[in-house]
Design a protein around this ligand. Sequence first.
Ligand SMILES: [Zn+2]
Length: 374
Amino acid sequence: MSMNPLSGFRLCKIFGIPIYVNPTWFLVFALIVYSLASDRLPEFIPGSSNLFYWLAAIVGTLLFFLSLTAHELGHSLVSKSFGIPVRSITLHMFGGIAQLGSEVRRAREEFWIAIAGPIVSFALFLTFWGLSDIITSSMPAIGSFLSLLALLNIGVALFNLFPGFPLDGGRILRSIVWGISGNYIRATRISALGGQLFGYLLIAAGVLFAILDRYLGYLWMVLLGAFIIILARQSYRQSLTYHKLSNIKLADVYIPLVHVEEDTLVSDLFTDYIRSSGRQFFIVDFHGEPVGLLTPYEILRLPQPFWHITPVRSIMINLASVGRLPADLSLFDAMNLFERTGHNLFLVIDDDRIEGIVTRDTVVHVLGRTTSRV
Ligand SMILES: [Zn+2]
């Protein structure tokens, strides 16, 4: 088991997608097993032995979390079928989350990715319900146990269909409003408001039940409500930022390159350009043809005593090995490509001419500027 500081322990890989378990999940697992074995199962399936309740509680909780994983796999596989990579699935105290490698670009894709999870949960509901129907007459306790699993899965499907961000229903609502109106920002705003409303409803319900029932256990609903409100706000801000990035073209933000001849000494490059004009990125020409690229990284890696005897061609990056992007590409698409390829820079091309370069830092820089304006 390897550890990811943000998500937790890595359990396994399914369809090439790593599955992580957040440490909070172990606590929730234990709590659910305990409350099922000591309280819920004896109530739901009376007259069985203690051993049965504990075994059923452990198996049932495992099957429930497997169901949640299947729900997330539903989102993930549809996402992959649209060419959107899935980085990981993480199980945490409130369920699961599938992290996509990039944002969804089309309303239709978002609709199908979002609805796939509840469809899987509904299919699981039908499966467990059907099995329980077959088994109940011969083994009533197991039959009731399976019908409980069926109810949990239909619960997951219905809960997630509430039309508010970040729930699946919120994404479905956004994709519909977005698809009909073409207005991504308005669609996102409506669905984020839905999510906040849902969060406040959960908090109110949690407090009300806790008072009426004199049972503090309902306060988990308050926690969940607060969690959903925070996520709804966060994903709204994030969507706005992404939207703004899609309106910025690489042509607006690229860093221009300075042409230097291949036999230029690094020391001359430093005094003539870097120190005097602050330029940092260079195209190296051989007989007027561009052959290499120089960034501050290559220059600083060379110990200073060698600067006045080393021509730039000996430290340059071969130009053919650097990826190229068109100048009219949006910064949003470029950001996704940085994520997907792991590259740190791309050449920006206009009409087959190298205009400049765009780096990961460019995106981070513009993102910082854009976020502060939201
Ligand atoms: Zn879902």
